[in-house]
Ligand binder design. Sequence first.
Ligand SMILES: [Zn+2]
Length: 403
Amino acid sequence: MLNFKQEITKRTRERVNNQLKSVLKTGNFNFDVHTHIFNKDYIPDKYFGIRIPFLVNADFLMQLESLMDFISLDEDDKFSNYAYFIDFLSKNSMEEIALELIKKCPENTIFCPLMMDFYPGITGAKKGIMEQLDEMKTVRDKYPDKFLPFVAISPENKDHLKAFEKAFSKEYNFFGVKIYPSLGYMPSHPNLMNIYEICTNYDIPVITHSGSGTVHSSYNKLNLVYYEINDDDDNNNLILKNERKNFYFKKQYERYFNNPGNWKPVLKTFPDLRLNLAHFGGDSEWDKNLKNDKEWISETINLMESYPNVYSDVSYVFHIPEMHDKFIELYKLNKKVAERTLFGTDFYMVEVEGHFNNLRKKFIEKTGNEIMHKISVVNPLNFLNLTNFVPKNIRKKWQKQTL
Ligand SMILES: [Zn+2]
């Protein structure tokens, strides 16, 4: 296992501060396990897969925003959604975004804010991962009972181990790890395998982007190093692959890197890893207008059935109205889906699809109290290994309510 110069936290209970402990003790809280609070300083010019250097120019953003406000009268208008999204992007600090998030959610919500490290997949961000780590810590320290931060690990960023060590030092005390494969690496990258080993041994949860999405590496030719399960071997041992691959279209990156099946060699090696395959297959698999074979939804469920700590979240995809009924049906049909689905929103990314409050409200109203309690309280507690912080009598009451 990797050795660090500094001592890192080895147990969940070391990562939970006293303020959060007292909230958990009340039994009166809910989770949003998938949110983002990074601002424009951490976003490269080429964020949307095309060059838009002016997006990070504050003056331009303001002009664009007022223009969009002017032309969009309908609340559900796409332009107005973009205006809201851009409004978040252009905030001056992560704390400003964090405050908006707190304001929009019930008082007792606990958030997992996920960092994002675009480097080296997309270069050009004003500030780097170590600065984001510090700013995230500042926000968490200011609202200690609200945030369980996840550090982004980009395996080819030379600072990735430094970031990991700092994040899990006693001083920084972060809670989990965030992975984003379409930025140009496979989930079974050797550097990540070293990280998962620590995550498994020290109970650190991992959240990965898994599903469709616009964000991908800006390079067309990529050298990929990763482990694969060797089908020719009787024991299905792993082999290290080294390949050079060309990518030309957005969809190619997405289909290649974000496939939940890419996690098989990881889970074979670390079957107890706490893993959230976020977005439950992604937008295109839940959209009823797109005829799709739902391959990634089934693969996600498959992995839930094969491994004890594999979860998924409804973040972003919950904006699709047709998804609500389909999800409820799946929840009632499949016990693993009921036990391993987490509530997350993907704040503020999802603002592109509509106003956050409306989207959130519609999903919650449709799914109802019972399912919401399970996916936003009981399941996140299990995924994050926090269940024991809630007194037994309260948990017993919950069980009776749902019987
Ligand atoms: Zn996200």
